[in-house]
Design a protein around this ligand. Structure first.
Ligand SMILES: Nc1nc2c(ncn2[C@@H]2O[C@H](COP(=O)(O)OP(=O)(O)OP(=O)(O)O)[C@@H](O)[C@H]2O)c(=O)[nH]1
Ligand SMILES: [K+]
Ligand SMILES: [Mg+2]
Length: 369
């Protein structure tokens, strides 16, 4: 039996099983089995790790990357060409784009890499078309644009989200605050710092049993944690990526219909053909989702340079990271820094060291030894 078939069988069994106290353990086990099979499916056989295939992986530039995921001919390339000035061929036939096409754009002083990708189809994560390579690129991006044709947005959104989820990508979600620590002996211990509403000890044990983890300490800090969240932590190879739902081709529908679309969470209706709602709205939403940190340098005794911020990612925005992004040797002579702005304790600034975490629009002066 193929892995895809095994997955289908388990999904069918889960659909048939009603959720109640008596079936909880069994369902937990099925969900864990499913997660293991999905992992088999997305792990390439042989060497090479989980990265994108040849021709799909491109050199990374800029401070952050945005990847486009969508069905064929929804207008991904039209949008990418307009944003970056790089020509990615657009045409009325499907699968015009056959590989990753990179471009760059500058927004708020940040250089961003935009990756136009081939269209994917349902079943991509299970190996249909080039879908696996495409989704593997999306996995490495800092933001995903899910591009939809406005005429059938909801059905398509569900299919695409499932494809990405099936590949271990979690959209617009934080990593669950759950830890699992293996022990030599002592059985399973569950510590929850909050009352749990969506998972219970039975389900947790079912999952651990499936993974042959007989002794460990599970700590859960999240009241709404689900068994899926728990499996994600046990599996450990998930990526948490923000996403924007881009509803393209609004020029083809009426104003009343556009109003309804605004109800889709994290969505922005646009027309890439007529360039509507992109400069004033899509780019702004993109910027917010990227959550970048701009830092202005102020030479000693002079005004800050507001024209060229050093842009850092939120996950790496210490004074140390700031130094590294200017020059690899700067830290050698570093004595301390004065920081003004949100991250500083006082309005007159704060003297800080390399570990200090910077905030967006902070101003910094470095002092040498
Ligand atoms: N009406 C309308 N048509 C659009 C819009 N954006 C793109 N199109 C048209 O849609 C067709 C497909 O556009 P592409 O940019 O090639 O779409 P794609 O998603 O890159 O397609 P693949 O690379 O084949 O997956 C072209 O004929 C475009 O002119 C839009 O905002 N409105
Ligand atoms: K096309
Ligand atoms: Mg294209």
């Amino acid at each position: 039996m193929t892995t895809v078939q095994k997955i289908k069988d388990i999904e069918e069994e889960m659909a048939k099983t009603q959720k109640n106290k008596a079936t909880e353990y069994h369902l937990g086990q099925l969900k864990a089995k499913l997660a293991k099979l999905r992992r088999e499916l997305i792990t390439p056989s042989g060497s090479g790790g989980g990265g994108p295939g040849i021709g799909f992986d491109v050199a990374r530039t800029g401070v952050a990357s945005v990847g486009f995921i969508g069905f064929p001919s929804v207008g991904k390339s039209t949008l990418m060409s307009g944003l970056t000035g790089t020509v990615s061929e657009a045409a009325s036939y499907e699968f015009t784009t056959l590989t990753t096409v990179p471009g760059t754009m500058t927004y708020n002083g940040a250089r961003l890499q935009i990756l136009d990708l081939p269209g994917i189809i349902q079943g991509a994560k299970d190996g249909k078309g080039r879908g696996k390579q495409v989704i593997a690129v999306a996995r490495t991006c800092n933001l995903i644009f899910i591009v939809l044709d406005v005429l059938k947005p909801l059905v398509d959104l569900k299919i695409l989200t499932d494809e990405l989820e099936g590949f271990g990508i979690r959209l617009n979600k934080q990593p669950p605050r759950i830890t699992v620590k293996k022990k030599e002996t002592g059985g399973i211990q569950i510590i929850n710092t909050v009352p749990l509403t969506k998972i219970d000890a039975g389900e947790i044990k079912a999952v651990l049993q499936e993974y042959r983890m007989t002794s460990c300490t599970v700590t859960i800090h999240e009241p709404d944690a689900t068994v899926e969240d728990f499996i994600d932590v046990v599996e450990g190879n998930r990526v948490y990526v923000p996403a924007v739902v881009v509803l393209n081709k609004i020029d083809a529908i009426s104003i009343e219909e556009i109003d309804l679309l605004y109800k889709i969470p994290n969505s922005v209706p646009i027309s890439s053909k007529l360039w509507l709602n992109i400069d004033d709205e899509l780019k702004e939403v993109m910027w917010k989702k990227l959550d970048l940190v701009r830092v202005y340098t102020k030479p000693k005794g002079k005004q800050p340079d507001y024209t060229q911020p050093v842009v850092l990612r939120r996950s790496k925005c210490t004074v140390s990271a700031f130094c590294d992004s200017i020059h690899k040797d700067i830290k050698r002579d570093f004595k301390n820094a004065m920081v003004y702005g949100t991250s500083a304790k006082h309005s007159r600034g704060q003297k800080v060291g390399l570990d200090h975490v910077l905030e967006d629009e902070d101003i910094i002066t470095l002092f040498k030894k």
